[in-house]
Design a protein around this ligand. Structure first.
Ligand code: SAM
Ligand code: SF4
Ligand code: SF4
Length: 342
C-alpha cells in the first residue's frame, strides 16, 4: 500500500525537475530582471545524475509512486534526456511517464523520447498570436515552431497532446477564445490554467487571476460547452466538451477551486530536494543521503516515508479559504516554479 500523509493522501505521483535552466524567460515564471545572465544557475555536479534520479525513483515506486512527470526549467535542454526516460521506464511499478515542455526542442527529440518509453506530453503555449506569445516568452520566440513541436509529438503517437495555457489578466486573456478556436476540432486537449502565486519573483496579485468560471463563460459564449466526468479521482483539470462535437478542453482552477484534498504529488527539484507542495518554502535534501555511501535504499525509503508521513500541506485551500492558522503563509519565501517545474 502507498505511503500516506497526515490527511491520508497517498504518495502516487512524482514530478522530477531535471534542470533549472530554460531557453525562455516567460514573464510570469523566469522574469529577465531576476533570471538574467548573472543568475546563479546550478552547476552540473549539483544536479542529480540520471543514475541518482533512477535510484530515487525506484525507492519512490516502492512507496507507491506510479506516475512520473519530467519537467524543469525546460527539460529538453538537459542533454540525453531520452536515456533517463528509458531508465525510468524500466522501473517496476511505474506505469505512466509524461513530459512538460515548451516544445522548442520537441521536433528533434520526439521519436527518441517515444522509443525510450515516454507515454504522453504536455506542451505549454500561452498564446496563438505571435506578438502576444513573443511578449510572454520574452525571447522573441514565434508560435509556429511550438505548433511544429505539437505536430511532431502527435506524429510519433503521443496523442492526445495536452496544451497548457496559463491565463493572466493583462497578459493574454484576449487569447482564451482564439486558442480555443485553434485547438477545437483537433485531437489535442487545450487546458487553461489559473495564474498561481508560485515563487517570489513573478509579482503575483489576486487581481491578475482570471478565474476558471470566467474562462468557462468566455468559451461557452462562443461555443457552448458541457462538463465531463473526471477521468480519475484527483484529476486536477475540470473537463468539458464542446456541445457541437468539437472536442475537449480542461480548466485548472488551483486558485479559485483548490484541490489539495486529493493532492498525491511529490516534487523532486533538480539538485535533489524533495518538495511536498508546489508552494513549499523549504525542500528536504535527498541528495546528501543519496551521495552518502553508508546510506542504503532501505534508509532512503525510511527518509521518504518520514517526510511524506508528516506532510500537512494544503496551501491553496488555505490561501483561498483564508482559514488560519496558516502553516505556509503567502508572505513567506516559496520555491520558484522553474525550480520544481509545476
Ligand atoms: N519549461 C516547461 C514548460 O514550460 O512546459 C516545463 C516547466 S514550466 C515551469 C511548467 C508549467 O508551469 C508551464 O506550463 C508553465 O506555464 C507553468 N507555470 C509557470 N509559472 C506559473 C504560474 N505562476 N502559474 C501557473 N502556471 C505556471
Ligand atoms: Fe521556461 Fe517553462 Fe518557465 Fe516558460 S514556463 S520560463 S518555458 S520553465
Ligand atoms: Fe498540492 Fe500544495 Fe497544490 Fe495543495 S497547494 S494541491 S497541497 S501542491
Amino acid at each position: 500500500m502507498a505511503t500516506q500523509d497526515v490527511y491520508e493522501r497517498p504518495l502516487q505521483d512524482l514530478r522530477i525537475s531535471v534542470t533549472d535552466r530554460c531557453n525562455f524567460r516567460c514573464v510570469y515564471c523566469m522574469p529577465k530582471e531576476i533570471f538574467g545572465s548573472d543568475y546563479p544557475f546550478l552547476a552540473r555536479r549539483e544536479l542529480l545524475s540520471f543514475e541518482e534520479i533512477t535510484r530515487l525513483t525506484r525507492v519512490f515506486a516502492e512507496q507507491g509512486v506510479r506516475k512520473l512527470r519530467i519537467t524543469g526549467g525546460e527539460p529538453l535542454v538537459r542533454k540525453d534526456l531520452p536515456e533517463l526516460i528509458e531508465m525510468l521506464a524500466n522501473i517496476d511499478g511505474i506505469d505512466d511517464i509524461t513530459l512538460t515542455t515548451n516544445a522548442t526542442l520537441l521536433p528533434q527529440h520526439a521519436q527518441s523520447l517515444v522509443d525510450a518509453g515516454l507515454n504522453r506530453v504536455t506542451v505549454s503555449l500561452d498564446a496563438i498570436d505571435d506578438d502576444v506569445f513573443k511578449a510572454i516568452n520574452d525571447v522573441n520566440y514565434p508560435v509556429q515552431p511550438v505548433l511544429d513541436g505539437i505536430a511532431a509529438a502527435s506524429e510519433v503517437g503521443l496523442n492526445p497532446v495536452k496544451v497548457n495555457m496559463v491565463v493572466k489578466r493583462g497578459m493574454n486573456e484576449g487569447q482564451i477564445v482564439p486558442m480555443a478556436e485553434h485547438f477545437r476540432n483537433t485531437p489535442h486537449i487545450l487546458r487553461y490554467i489559473e495564474f498561481m502565486d508560485v515563487g517570489n519573483s513573478n509579482g503575483w496579485r489576486l487581481d491578475d487571476v482570471i478565474t476558471a468560471a470566467q474562462i468557462r463563460d468566455a468559451i461557452d459564449a462562443e461555443w457552448p460547452i458541457e462538463p465531463l466526468d473526471p477521468n480519475y479521482t484527483g484529476e486536477v483539470a475540470s473537463r468539458y466538451r464542446y456541445a457541437d462535437g468539437g472536442g475537449e478542453i480542461g480548466i485548472i482552477s488551483s486558485v479559485s477551486e483548490p484541490f489539495c484534498s486529493t493532492c498525491t504529488r511529490a516534487r523532486l527539484a533538480s539538485q535533489g530536494q524533495l518538495f511536498t507542495c508546489l508552494f513549499a518554502g523549504k525542500g528536504h535534501d535527498l541528495r546528501t543521503p543519496l551521495r552518502d555511501p553508508s546510506v542504503d535504499d532501505a534508509q532512503l525509503a525510511a527518509i521518504i516515508r518520514d517526510i511524506w508521513g508528516n506532510r500537512r500541506d494544503r496551501y491553496s485551500e488555505m490561501r483561498t479559504n483564508n482559514t488560519a492558522p496558516i502553516e505556509a503563509t503567502p508572505l513567506q519565501w516559496k520555491v520558484e516554479m522553474s525550480h520544481v517545474g509545476g
